[in-house]
Design a protein around this ligand. Structure first.
Ligand code: NCD
Length: 357
């Protein structure tokens, strides 16, 4: 694997992704053979936001590879509560651990961490932006349960605006052959423009619909998501959106017999409990694939990790990102990094936000 840090799955080629999937499957088939491959190595999990699956599957993955774990899951118990910057925390932890998984409520936080870490950094979710290791989990699940990652009609339903798992999954699946997307949401919770731009650039067909019933018969995969309450400005705004899309047995009657239902979990009320007993429901086995996916990823990333921190970024820009959820707006020391999009547009390299100069 050429990339040192995993901030976005875009840094892996399709063949590198397939290598990770195949390694995950080899580990799944013979876990004993891998039980000591990370002996002496330490994973740090830095979770600034709540997590059950991602955090525990990272920890279990490292323990099952024979390595050790350190970290925090409540920043209030760390020096973050005393006002320590992300840069200082990461610089220190990068000196203790061999690899770091970080989850943060700010978009672009993992990218920011990667600028200061001697150890490889894995993005375990950055605000409403991206969640690449959930996508690895999703594609290991699809590869095993559908037998392919090509030519599928993928429905994504729920909070497509704030759901970072949705953004990462669309980005990755648009690199495989012949996939199309059906985006099922209210008009307020549709995918961000930059995700539409990616689908357009890769030539993937997509449609936006507001009814699960309408979408159901065409889908090979249905990816349900939770309305992301913590990303709403007010509880009233959230109340207006919750409970709009609920998958139940009745709706499933319209689906193909071999459609697969995925969900990154946690579920709130968007999948009725009765669906758990349908053999198309794959969201619990998905969590197990996630552990193997993370074992494979940790192994690959440790293979050729150097201990060199990135050189100081010199291309800091005059402009300031206009996304209030972007890490570059709260950690003021960060270099302002933009990619010109042509005309007056700049793309923030932390959060993918579009900025008018
Ligand atoms: C997701 C997340 O944190 O983005 N959960 C997860 O990592 N499995 C989805 C969610 O919280 O809704």
């Amino acid at each position: 694997m050429k990339t040192k840090h995993l901030i976005d799955l875009e840094s892996l080629s399709v063949s590198e992704l397939m290598e990770v999937i195949e390694l995950a499957n080899r580990i799944k088939d013979d876990p004993k053979a891998y039980s000591e491959v990370c002996k002496g190595k330490i994973l740090a999990t830095l979770f600034y936001e709540p997590s059950t699956r991602t955090q525990m599957s990272f920890k279990t993955a490292m323990l099952r590879l024979g390595g050790s774990i350190i970290g925090f899951d409540n920043p209030q118990n760390s020096s973050v509560s005393k006002g320590e910057s992300l840069k200082d925390t990461i610089t220190v932890v990068g000196g203790y651990a061999d690899i770091i998984a970080i989850r943060h409520y700010k978009e672009g936080a993992a990218k920011a961490a990667s600028l200061y870490s001697a150890a490889p950094v894995i993005n375990a979710g950055d605000g409403g932006h991206l969640h690449p290791t959930q996508t690895l989990t999703d594609i290991v699940t699809l590869y095993n349960e559908k037998g392919t990652l090509d030519n599928m009609c993928i429905g994504l339903c729920g909070d497509l605006k704030n759901g970072r798992t949705v953004h990462s999954l669309i980005k990755t699946m648009s690199h495989f052959k012949g996939n199309s997307f059906v985006l099922i949401s209210t008009p307020e919770l549709g995918v961000p423009q930059y995700i539409k731009d990616i689908m357009n650039a890769s030539g993937c067909r997509y449609t936006e619909v507001s009814s699960l019933n309408e979408a159901m018969p065409m889908l090979d995969v249905l990816y349900m998501t939770r309305i992301q309450r913590e990303r709403f400005k007010s509880y009233e705004d959230y109340e207006r959106q919750k409970g709009v899309f609920v998958l139940d047995r009745e709706k499933l009657r319209l689906a193909k017999r071999d459609m697969k239902i995925l969900h990154p979990l946690p579920r709130v009320d968007e999948i009725a409990e009765e669906v758990d007993y349908d053999d198309r429901a794959k969201y619990f086995i998905q969590t197990v694939y996630g552990m193997y996916a993370r074992m494979a990823l940790i192994m690959k990333m440790l293979e050729n990790a150097d201990r060199k921190p990135m050189p100081r970024q010199s291309d800091t820009h005059q402009a300031k990102c206009n996304n209030p959820n972007c890490i570059s707006c709260s950690e003021e020391y960060l270099p302002r990094l933009f990619k010109p999009l042509g005309g007056d547009m700049l793309l923030c390299k932390y959060c993918d936000g579009r900025n008018l100069i």
